[in-house]
Ligand binder design. Sequence first.
Ligand SMILES: *[C@@H]1O[C@H](CO)[C@@H](O)[C@H](O)[C@H]1NC(C)=O
Length: 389
Amino acid sequence: MESKAFLERLRKFDAYPKTLEDFRVKTFGGATVTIVSAILMFILFVSELNFYLTKEVQPELFVDISRGNIKMKINLNITFNNLPCAFLSIDAMDISGENQIDVEHNLYKQRLKLTGEKVEDEPEKHEELGDKSEELVEGVKKELDPNRCESCYGAETDDKKCCNNCEEVRDQYRKKGWAFKATDSIIQCKREGWADKMEKQKNEGCNVFGYIEVNKVGGNFHMAPGKSFQQSHVHVHDLQAMGGEKMNMSHTVHHLSFGEEYPGIVNPLDGLHQIDQKTMTMFQYFIKVVPTTYIDVSGKAVHTNQFSATKHSKVVGQLGESGLPGIFVTYELSPMMVKYTEKRRSFMHFLTGVCAIIGGIFTVAGLIDSMIYHSARALQKKIELGKAT
Ligand SMILES: *[C@@H]1O[C@H](CO)[C@@H](O)[C@H](O)[C@H]1NC(C)=O
């Protein structure tokens, strides 16, 4: 008896009193509202689920006080549409005073035809680039004396009195600040077929790819025609070897980034195509690097960088513009750092969202349904009244 009274009392807490089935009416209007609201519910549920399954990325900004990561990798993939690899030299310098002249390691140059196809380097052609240790005398190959000492054509210095190949003659000329032209009067160059080599590559492009490792301070790197060298603390490019010809500096930046990739990174210069019609154009890129840490859901951190870039170009030699043709990239590091933290969305929020969708649509649909039902009834009554009178 006791428990029955308790159950009776519990029943009073029912917030959903039921009406008897007999008093319910099913209408076509109600059915339509039900179907429409079910579809709506489904669509909203799917979008909520979709939102729940994506990851949330929270950005934070603070002053970069990390002392690690002293080095920074600059990844690049740039194609010069009409500049031979043999003419191109790449240098990196930074404000700490470190100079990387004619960067070679980790950076590769691929010769391209003007159409963009790769030029396969034939092995015997490759040899021409280094020094040759044999000579062709009247069609017969003759070993050169390894201890020979050939003339530098007046460019000898105290520490270097012999120039045994064309490159060395060229270096000595450069040290003296003399113009160098690989003519046949320089035996070393004639032997190595320098003029031929330059001539052969004239109608080629060059794809430069790889990375440069630099100190994490501001600096610049550039790709410019002509051998670069340091002459009384001034960085000079030797444009003489090209015979004063105008260079076409058109290029495409396929990729340029400062560090590793992370999901959603945008490298603003990727895909940029710059055309140099007037020839001898100096393309400058001013870059602000923002150190970035990306922490994914599993807690793995990627320490990398984003950047923003502005570009500028000018024609060298016109209107008294000074400068060198080529690509000059100046980068600065921002003292602010961005940290992105990837997070899974809260399941509780998802549940709340789903309940809100179901409950909300159910209630609104109920209101609409009763509105339709009652107005239909009122209309019917009016019609009936009209008939009676
Ligand atoms: C450089 O970019 C070109 C064009 O997008 C691509 O075909 C080539 O594979 C890239 N090179 C490297 C080493 O990623």
